[in-house]
Design a protein around this ligand. Structure first.
Ligand code: FE2
Ligand code: FE2
Length: 195
C-alpha cells in the first residue's frame, strides 16, 4: 500500500472529527442565542464552558493543524486554490479575535454587567466558523488527496501528532467528552455516541 493510500483517510478523518466537535459547540451557542432572543437566560456556567472549549479546541488543536496544511498547500497549489487557502488562513486569524470577544461577552453576561453583546457576537462566530468549515469540507478536504505529495503527507502526520502530543492527547479527549456532555445538556446532540 502506498503512503498516499495509507495516510489520506487518516488525515481527512482527523479533520472531520474535529469539525464535528466544533459543530456541536456551535449548536450549543446557537441554542443559547435562541434562549436569549426568546427573553430567557441561558445556563451561564455551561455557556462559559462551551465558549472556553471552543476557543481552546478550535484554535489550539484544530486550526494549528490546518495551518500546517495551509503552509504546504500555499507552497504547491496554484491559482484559485492558492488564493482559497490564503482566505481560509486569514479567517483563522479573524476567528481567533472573535473567540476572544465572545469569551468577554459571555463573562460580562455572567457578571451581569452587559447582556447585550453576547447574541450579535455569538451569531457572528457561528456564521463565520460554520461557513469556514463548510468551505473546507466541500472544497478543500476532498481535494487533499490530489494536492499533497506522499512526502507532504508524512510531514503533516508528524506535525499533527506532535501538536496533539504537545497540547496533550488526554486533554483533547477530555475536551471532546465535555463537549458531548454539554451538547446533551443544551439539547443539541443529534447523534447518540456509541458505547
Ligand atoms: Fe479552518
Ligand atoms: Fe477546519
Amino acid at each position: 500500500m502506498s503512503c498516499q493510500q495509507a495516510e489520506q483517510p487518516w488525515l481527512e478523518s482527523v479533520l472531520l472529527a474535529e469539525h464535528r466537535t466544533i459543530g456541536m459547540l456551535l449548536r450549543c451557542i446557537e441554542a443559547a442565542c435562541a434562549t436569549c432572543e426568546g427573553g430567557g437566560q441561558p445556563p451561564i456556567e455551561r455557556l462559559k464552558s462551551v465558549v472556553e472549549i471552543l476557543g481552546d479546541y478550535a484554535s489550539r488543536y484544530h486550526h494549528a493543524k490546518e495551518e500546517m496544511l495551509f503552509a504546504l498547500l500555499r507552497r504547491s497549489a496554484k491559482g484559485e486554490m492558492e488564493s482559497f487557502v490564503r482566505v481560509l488562513d486569514n479567517e483563522h486569524d479573524e476567528l481567533d479575535g472573535c473567540f476572544a470577544t465572545l469569551d468577554l461577552a459571555v463573562r460580562q453576561m455572567a457578571a451581569g454587567t452587559d447582556g447585550h453583546a453576547f447574541v450579535p457576537q455569538a451569531r457572528r462566530v457561528c456564521e463565520l466558523l460554520g461557513w469556514h468549515m463548510r468551505c473546507e469540507e466541500e472544497k478543500l478536504i476532498p481535494r487533499l488527496r490530489s494536492l499533497l505529495s506522499p512526502e507532504d503527507l508524512n510531514v503533516v502526520k508528524e506535525w499533527m501528532e506532535s501538536t496533539d502530543r504537545h497540547l496533550g492527547r488526554e486533554r483533547k479527549q477530555r475536551l471532546e467528552e465535555e463537549t458531548l456532555v454539554l451538547a446533551r445538556e443544551f439539547g443539541v446532540l443529534r447523534e447518540a455516541p456509541v458505547g
